[in-house]
Design a protein around this ligand. Structure first.
Ligand code: NZQ
Ligand code: ZN
Length: 384
């Protein structure tokens, strides 16, 4: 196992009715800004629960944060916060609202152009405190330090990470997810699954606990994910998927082990350039990344084949092929298509992606730093 430091201070309020308990998590006398997305919270009762919980507190609202949140929109919230003297933010929504709120929180005290927090990875030195009410289990943003923001003007989708943007608390009430459209339920399952794969499917470093925790999240998603699609009001299945998604990317399974993330880096470009949903891009790229990197990932692929898909007999290469095929079949079975052509995108997307990676210096991705632009091209060619 590699050395690691682990720190995660996010308080989780999990379960039915927990929105009612947020007031005691927010400093008394705080002037609050509620941030939210395109309006789903106003249709499913979540907004009413939040307002009831904040009774007696001072708050303003900022809605309209889009999926794959735009810098341009978030900067308007930054302006509002500076003008109104807001000192606590409450993000209510999916990963985009939580990520957008992390950016807003860091941008308010930032001197200079806040886009440089992402474009030049300028370290965050301060951030406004915030909490979250999560309505879409997928990203893990509710319990981690990452945020992904899109600059619409240039179609760039970039990330930053800082311990200063850990939420102070996150409410995970599975009932808030009943109103999700099936496409977002499917996306959440695939995103969480791929987060585990990015941290697990690399090479062995004798970290059996992290491996087994990762495998248990994958197996639980395989078991519980389809139940949430078969019965949209299955509270127990929703609860299990929600906790899987949080555990998949709160840092715990990734301690002391190598991590990949090349699939995500390519996926972000497909979203930025073509507007394909985040999880859809992962479903397209991951099986082909595993195929191209199969020799480098051989030992872990065989472990994955055996422990997750029960593939124990026969030729090792065939087991690997079957495990990759099973991964693709699972994504398709939960409703996420796995080819570029399913989304109307052709192979002419490869050249601009490679060009962007070269310009940004993203020329050595993956756990071995051997995913060069040439490898990215091979992977994307298989995605046709
Ligand atoms: O905007 P509203 O009206 O709320 O509608 C949203 C949105 O249209 C809707 N939705 C959310 N909760 C709902 C609901 N509709 C009905 N009922 C509910 N309970 O779902 C749509 C998608 O929401 P979004 O927040 O965009 O989805 P998701 O949670 O998948 O977040 C995706 C974003 O997170 C980033 C992605 O790149 C993308 O920008 N990621 C963040 C990560 C992190 N912070 O660690 C890691 C991930 O890999 C990912 O990159
Ligand atoms: Zn993701």
């Amino acid at each position: 196992m590699e050395n690691f430091n682990f720190y995660n201070p996010v308080k989780i309020l999990f379960g039915k009715g927990q929105i009612a308990n947020i007031a005691s998590e927010i400093p008394a006398n705080a002037k609050i800004l509620i941030t939210y997305g395109g309006g789903s919270i106003k249709k499913n009762g979540v907004y009413e629960q939040v307002i009831a919980a904040l009774a007696g507190k001072t708050f303003l609202e900022f809605g309209g944060i889009e999926a794959n949140p735009h810098l341009e929109t978030l900067l308007k919230a930054v302006e509002l916060i500076r003008k109104e003297g807001i000192d606590f933010i409450l993000a209510v929504g999916g990963g985009s609202v939580v990520d957008g709120t992390k950016f807003i929180a860091a941008a308010v005290p930032f001197e200079g152009d806040p886009w440089n927090i992402l474009a030049q990875q300028v370290p965050v030195k301060a951030a406004i405190p915030f909490g979250a009410v999560l309505t879409l289990p997928a990203t893990g943003s509710e319990m981690n330090t990452n945020a992904v923001v899109t600059k619409a003007a240039t179609q760039e989708k970039l990330y930053f990470s800082s311990p200063l943007v850990f939420p102070k608390f996150s409410v995970l009430d599975p009932e808030t997810t009943f109103s999700l459209p099936p496409r977002q339920v499917s996306n959440g399952i695939v995103d969480a699954y791929t987060h585990v794969m990015e941290q697990y499917l690399t090479y062995p470093v004798n970290a059996p606990l992290q491996d087994r925790m990762a495998e248990s999240i994958l197996l639980t998603l395989i078991e519980e994910g389809p139940k949430t699609l078969a019965n949209l009001n299955d509270y127990q299945a929703r609860a299990n998927v929600m906790w899987c998604a949080t555990m998949a990317l709160n840092g715990l399974i990734g301690v002391g082990v190598p991590q990949d993330w090349a699939t995500h880096m390519i996926g972000h470009e497909l979203t930025a350039l073509h507007g394909i949903d985040h999880a859809q891009t992962l479903a397209i790229v991951l099986p082909n990344m595993l195929t191209i990197q199969r020799d480098r990932k051989r030992e872990k692929l065989l472990q994955y084949a055996e422990r997750v898909w029960n593939l124990v007999d026969g030729d090792a290469d065939l087991r690997i092929e079957r495990a990759i095929a099973k991964t693709r079949e699972f994504f398709e079975a939960v409703g996420v298509r796995t080819k570029l052509s399913d989304y109307g995108v052709g192979l002419d997307t490869i050249a601009p992606i490679i060009d962007r990676f070269e310009k940004r210096g993203f020329t050595a991705l993956g756990e071995h730093r051997d995913v060069t632009p040439k490898v990215v091209e091979q992977v994307l060619t298989l995605c046709a």
